[in-house]
Design a protein around this ligand. Structure first.
Ligand code: BES
Ligand code: ZN
Ligand code: ZN
Length: 504
């Protein structure tokens, strides 16, 4: 069960833990000063005695309060320099606070956010809402495969944020929460093991998750895909007993907007063994995350629907399992993509680009979108280049990149622009077929992959390819994201849609 996070002007019920926000100046604000008085100056004294607690962002200090205090314990949460505080920093502090509250055995918590007069880049309502959202993002768990459930009796149950701009904070938190719920769907899909989350099951999950929210969900099965001529994605799925699927999701948030929709495309390789060009055994289990792009697109659709976005958006995911078998596609095969272009397969482990190729063609032919962004855990090379922190983004349009950069700065999901050079596009031409799925050298692997995809973008459609190989999955915690599936992409793309493609 999740934590109940609410906003209130005053403290109502008896709570066990009070959270006091402290900046680098270590001054106590209204409610905190009041509590200090009620405890006979205990908190101020503790601040003085604990020389180590400096109030820097995310720092915490738990204090057992004297008997007869209104709370059993107080937890000091550092937020650093008030004038430098941003929504992202507030979320990170919220994430760290969540972990400390859990360790301190807090159950029902009051968080004071009032009297913050020195804020510049965030107001009090935003501060309250973003700390709340940081707590929410960090509280995500994926434990339904654990037979023994953790003791939930003494778990963190509720957080009441007491803040004067209560209504504003609550309404902003509601919007942020919708995006977090979308992020959780993406995390769940990435964390789900590949024996359950194969393409047909993935497609059905989308139907049950998104249809009730008003998202149209259309599933193409392998027969329809064959009929349409999707030879690229079908080749990838051939080795598996679980047939491929393509799922088209549509959110019509604005019936009056007659302009073309925007489209998001996701690579959904539910497990990537490499196929006949098989991967080494070590760490292969992690290749269940090779559907992280598809997961992000689905999470985005969920967040748009939950917050009733006034945009018209298409989401398409190509779902296939890349397995070696007697039926599998081979290195040397030449396949015909939906676009009509033939592709020589030189390595069956470069399968993501084949999946994306047919999705890109389908979305352009069917919906003529005004903008396309694809997300894919496409290359190990991307991870080598930018690690887990930045998502390399290849963009053919400067104005689209500007929008993405802004959305990235606001959401905190970091993007870095990568080059699209005509030379790499050219490098993907084959001697025997129209294209080949491998570069001519082993260098610039993320860039040649982008060059391959560029062959499937028609005309001058603004397009971005986000290689999330490094950002979709990590083995260590971050303040607002516990280890494993991160849900990367949902937050930045939700922001992008909110700021650029919603007509009021
Ligand atoms: N899914 C992998 C890329 C990947 C690697 C994602 C590590 C996340 C972590 C992709 O299908 C792949 O295997 N790419 C190959 C391409 C190569 C054969 C040109 C790669 O990166 O090695
Ligand atoms: Zn692969
Ligand atoms: Zn892959």
């Amino acid at each position: 069960m999740g934590i109940n996070i609410t906003f209130s002007k005053t403290t109502r019920k008896a709570q066990d833990t009070a959270v006091i926000v402290v900046y680098s100046d270590k001054k106590l604000n209204n409610q905190a000063a009041d509590l200090d008085k009620k405890t006979g100056g205990f908190i101020k004294q503790a601040l003085k005695n604990h020389g180590k607690f400096s109030g820097k962002n995310g720092e915490t200090l738990a204090l057992s309060l004297p008997e007869k205090s209104p709370f059993t314990q107080a937890l000091l949460l550092g937020l650093g320099d008030a004038s430098m505080l941003t929504p992202i920093k507030a979320e990170e502090a919220g994430g760290k606070l969540y972990m400390t509250l859990k360790q301190a055995g807090a159950e029902n918590v009051t968080l004071f956010v009032d009297g913050h007069t020195k804020l510049k880049t965030v107001n009090e309502a935003e501060l309250a809402a973003h700390i709340g959202n940081g707590i929410k993002l960090r509280s995500y768990t994926f434990d339904h495969y654990k037979s023994k459930k953790k003791d939930t009796k003494s778990a963190l149950k509720s957080i009441t944020v007491t803040t004067p701009p209560q209504a504003k904070a609550a309404s902003l938190f509601k919007t942020l929460s919708s995006v977090s719920e979308g992020t959780f769907l993406a995390r769940d899909l990435v964390n789900e093991p590949p024996n359950t989350l194969h393409p047909p099951h993935f497609a059905k999950t989308l139907q049950s998750e998104l249809k009730p929210l008003g998202v149209e969900v259309k599933i193409l099965d392998e027969k329809e895909m064959k009929k349409l001529g999707m030879g690229a994605i079908l080749a990838v799925g051939m080795g598996s007993d679980q047939p491929p699927r393509m799922v088209i999701m549509r959110w019509k948030g604005n019936k009056n907007d007659k302009s073309a929709p925007v489209a998001f495309v996701g690579k959904g390789v539910t497990f990537d063994t490499g196929g006949i060009s098989i991967k080494p055994a070590g760490g292969m289990d992690e290749m269940k995350m090779d559907m992280g792009g598809a997961a992000a697109v689905c999470g985005l659709m969920k967040s748009l629907a939950l917050r009733k976005s006034k945009a018209n958006v298409i989401g398409i995911v190509g779902l296939a399992e890349n397995m070696p078998s007697a039926k599998a596609y081979r290195p040397g095969d030449i396949v015909k993509s939906l676009s009509g272009k033939t592709i020589e397969v030189l390595n069956t482990d470069a399968e993501g680009r084949l999946v994306l190729a047919d999705c890109l063609t389908y979305v352009q032919k069917t919906y003529k979108p005004r903008m396309i962004i694809d997300l894919a855990t496409l290359t190990g090379a991307m991870m080598v280049a930018l690690g887990h922190e930045y998502c390399g983004s290849f963009v053919n349009d400067n104005s689209l990149w500007e929008k993405m950069e802004k959305a990235s700065a606001i959401s905190g999901e970091k993007l870095w622009r990568m080059p699209l050079d005509p030379l790499w596009k050219q490098e993907m031409e084959s001697a025997t077929a129209d294209l080949q799925n491998l570069g001519k050298t082993r260098y610039a692997g993320a860039c040649t992959a982008a060059g391959f995809l560029e062959h499937f973008i028609e005309g001058k459609t603004p397009w971005a390819h986000m290689d999330i190989a490094g950002t979709a999955w990590r083995k260590s915690d971050k303040p607002t994201s516990p280890r494993f599936g991160t849900g990367f992409g949902v937050r930045v793309l939700d922001r992008l849609v909110a700021d650029n493609y919603e007509k009021k």
